[in-house]
Design a protein around this ligand. Structure first.
Ligand code: FES
Length: 74
């Protein structure tokens, strides 16, 4: 059998959001969510961060990753 070697490259996931802060934390009160649900970005690529704008689709295609949003339902 052929053995496979996988190399994992460690790099920053956050390339552009709130870089002046040592840690990005977002708090949302459930009562502030408009409508029945809110869709939050987990890929750090969204132009509307912390909300998902669908940018994860391009990220997944480019990197073969499998990230998607966090969906909070009221
Ligand atoms: Fe980041 Fe959708 S844009 S999870």
């Amino acid at each position: 059998t052929q053995s496979r070697t996988r190399t994992v490259v460690m790099s920053k996931i956050n390339e552009s959001i709130d870089k002046e802060n040592p840690k990005v934390v977002t708090m949302v009160k459930a009562k502030e969510i408009e409508g029945a649900k809110a869709v939050y970005c987990r890929c750090w690529k969204s132009g509307t961060f912390p909300l998902c704008d669908g940018a994860h689709v391009k990220h997944n295609k480019e990197t073969e990753d499998n990230v998607g949003p966090l969906i909070v339902e009221k």
